[in-house]
Ligand binder design. Structure first.
Ligand SMILES: O=C(O)[C@H](O)COP(=O)(O)O
Length: 204
């Protein structure tokens, strides 16, 4: 057995609440989102976890989630690496649009394809495959080595950047990833084998 990898999608953001496509836009957490991040930290503390390293994106909602989790663990001073490779999928021209308005304009099915398919990008934005093409190399080069050294590593990021990472960790196909949904502030705990394969996965 090697180390532990904890993935957490940020808590509810102001734009999640307003039902807007967000992507690389940078809204704050809502009060509920703040509570969700703190609750994630409480759950991780109850597991007896202590982090050795933390990674987050260049966007506030993930950074604040990361800091709130570390605060719950009394690990506020833990150095945290921020990198845009972990940012949300770029929603391109959909960014800032209301999701229901988009469904009214382009149809339920088209919007679902843009939101959940593996390889169809929203107009001017990234497909999940495009997102994975930046997330996975960053994971392999910058994050995985810490886990393989036996560390406990936190990654606080976004719905689709984490879907891309989980797709690769779990070996899911492009069809299988369509039905994967990640809740805000729900920690997913992976233990890895020394050969980097997944030993266990638990949704907390
Ligand atoms: O960028 C966004 O709008 C959300 O963070 C994720 O949105 P989705 O669930 O529509 O992919």
């Amino acid at each position: 057995m090697s180390g532990t990898l904890v993935l957490v999608r940020h808590g509810q953001s102001e734009w999640n609440l307003k039902n807007l496509f967000t992507g690389w836009r940078d809204p704050d957490l809502t009060e509920q989102g703040t509570r969700e991040a703190i609750a994630a930290g409480t759950k991780l503390a109850a597991q007896g976890l202590r982090f050795d390293t933390a990674f987050t994106s260049s966007l506030k909602r993930a950074q604040d989630t990361c800091a709130l989790i570390l605060g719950e663990l009394k690990q506020d001073a833990l150095p945290t690496v921020r990198h845009q490779a972990l940012n949300e999928r770029d929603y391109g021209d959909l960014s800032g649009l209301n999701k229901d308005d988009a469904r009214a304009k382009w149809g339920e099915e088209q919007v679902h394809i843009w939101r959940r398919s593996y390889d169809v990008p929203p107009p001017g934005g990234e497909s999940l495959r495009d997102t994975g093409a930046r997330v996975w190399p960053y994971y392999l080069h910058d994050i995985q080595p810490h886990v393989l050294r036996g560390e406990t590593v936190l990654v606080a990021a976004h719905g689709n950047s984490l879907r891309a990472l989980i797709m690769a960790l779990d070996g899911l196909s492009g069809e299988e990833v369509v039905s994967m949904e990640l809740g805000t502030g729900v920690p997913i705990l992976y233990r890895l084998n020394a050969d980097s394969t997944v030993a266990s996965k638990e949704v907390l």
